[in-house]
Design a protein around this ligand. Structure first.
Ligand SMILES: *[C@@H]1O[C@H](CO)[C@@H](O)[C@H](O)[C@H]1NC(C)=O
Ligand SMILES: *[C@@H]1O[C@H](CO)[C@@H](O)[C@H](O)[C@H]1NC(C)=O
Ligand SMILES: *[C@@H]1O[C@H](CO)[C@@H](O)[C@H](O)[C@H]1NC(C)=O
Length: 426
């Protein structure tokens, strides 16, 4: 699986206080490679590097190009001294969390060669970095994020070296989200929602770390412009100061700002189309955000359009009929077992022109098998008692993710019923 929702580094102005109404006080911003705690812009607290298994701190080659201190320091895990597998193990109350990573290379090691490595969360592979990285990500870094459940009071984020170059990470941001966010009641919590696009239509990038606009889950919203079919002429709309109802509601707490702008087409017969990058053979959860913010629409039936996903008509939308004017209306749809990329999302006019405020796309990555808990405990105790050196990389789960090698010197197999991994040989 290749990630990616890459945000190139914009000018970082300042940061808003993070609001966290879910589990009081539970949010961590870790400055990987950083040596001091600090508070950025407006009351975002950053912790000096901690919770890691091994590795070394470093500074990017051109730190002056990074306006936030946490972006220019990093931790790297050299396989010959720190082992192939290293983790951040962050103590947290069990719950559901938003995790955002910032990853940068910027020739910190003067070798001019970006590394190849995998990243797992809670024992499941979520991101793959393969050398050479896109120039922009390598030089300026990239953010990636996901939503995952933590059952055992520790969030494990692990890095696995694919070749000889060390995995790197520059910052980790973790914020509690509502337990029922993003339809967890419908999908269960045995999956991780990996962000493949969180777009705001008709506005620029906004969210914590980038602008002063708040988002209760610390989500960052990117302009939709790069993902829209460029051949369709669009018109940007604004709510013009009207308050939007139905925002910031549990369980998803979608921000006001998302619904204050929208795009529509210029030609009445044109469809709005988005092309979203995806990896195939996964299920995707697509969220649509609408609000009727055009004063010209005054009754149901005046703006009606159909949503097509990869050519299939999945829903007819009449926002006014659903919720009236200046009110958020959101809907989500699960696309199963995608077989082609990009994913096409099209809004075809029926009456009037289509309109949209935002679009989110998440890969629904099923949780991988894990080593049975009693063996994890036993293996960790063994690691302590034998004083296993760092270079053995005995970190995280001994056997998982199943696509990685087990801990050095350890052999794993599937349990008889296939529901877990077991250590069979030392
Ligand atoms: C940073 O803050 C944490 C939590 O308040 C504290 O435990 C730690 O010692 C501090 N680290 C430094 C380097 O000041
Ligand atoms: C964001 O908030 C900070 C502190 O409250 C303020 O100094 C800054 O001017 C604000 N930035 C913008 C772009 O509004
Ligand atoms: C997904 O689609 C591919 C290609 O059509 C098919 O071979 C595979 O069996 C499908 N997988 C599932 C889980 O439906």
């Amino acid at each position: 699986m290749s990630l990616f929702f890459l945000l190139s580094l914009p000018l970082l102005l300042s940061t808003p206080p993070s609001r966290d109404p879910f589990i009081s006080g539970v949010s961590y911003n870790i400055d990987c490679g950083g040596t001091a705690n600090f508070t950025s812009g407006s009351a975002r607290h950053w912790l000096a590097d901690r919770f890691f298994s091994a590795g070394s701190p470093a500074v990017v080659a051109e730190p002056h190009r990074f306006l936030q201190p946490q972006e220019s320091t990093l931790r790297f895990f050299a396989p010959n001294s720190a082992g192939k597998k290293n983790c951040y193990s962050v103590p947290l109350p069990p719950g559901r969390y938003y995790l955002r990573t910032f990853t940068v290379y910027d020739n910190y090691d003067s070798k001019l060669r970006s590394p190849s490595f995998d990243v797992s969360v809670e024992g499941t592979l979520v991101f793959s970095w393969r050398s050479p990285w896109p120039e922009d990500a390598s030089r300026s870094g990239a953010y990636a994020d996901l939503i995952a459940s933590v059952a055992d009071a520790t969030l494990d984020v692990c890095f696995y070296s694919i070749a000889t170059d060390p995995p790197v990470v520059a910052s980790l941001e973790i914020a509690a989200v509502h337990r029922l966010a993003y339809d967890s009641a419908g999908t269960g919590t045995d999956l991780i929602l990996v962000n493949y696009g969180r777009l705001s239509a008709g506005s620029g990038l906004f969210g914590p770390g980038f602008t002063n606009d708040s988002d209760a889950f610390s989500r960052v919203w990117q302009s939709d412009a790069d993902y829209r079919n460029p051949n369709v002429k669009i018109k940007a709309l604004s709510a013009g100061g009207h308050r939007i109802l139905g925002t910031n509601q549990p369980p998803n707490y979608f921000p006001d700002k998302l619904y204050e702008t929208a795009v529509t087409t210029v030609s009445p017969s044109a469809a709005l189309e988005y092309l979203l990058p995806v990896d195939t053979r996964l299920d995707y959860m697509v969220w649509f955000h609408f609000a009727e913010i055009d004063l010209g629409v005054t009754a149901a039936g005046q703006r009606v359009f159909d949503i097509y996903i990869d050519g299939e008509n999945v829903r007819r939308i009449d926002i006014f009929k659903q919720v009236g004017r200046f009110t958020a209306f959101k809907w989500h749809y699960i696309v199963e077992n995608l077989t082609s990329s990009p994913l096409s999302v099209k809004l075809e006019p029926v009456v009037g022109k289509p309109i949209i405020c935002g679009l989110e796309n998440y890969a629904m990555v099923p949780l991988d098998l894990a080593t049975i808990p009693s063996q994890v405990t036993a293996m960790r105790a063994l690691k302590e008692s034998l004083r296993i050196p760092d270079r053995m990389g005995w970190n995280g789960d001994p056997c998982a993710p199943s696509t990685w090698d087990a801990w050095e010197g350890v052999t794993c197999h599937h349990s008889k019923d296939g529901s877990a991994l077991v250590v069979t040989q030392l």
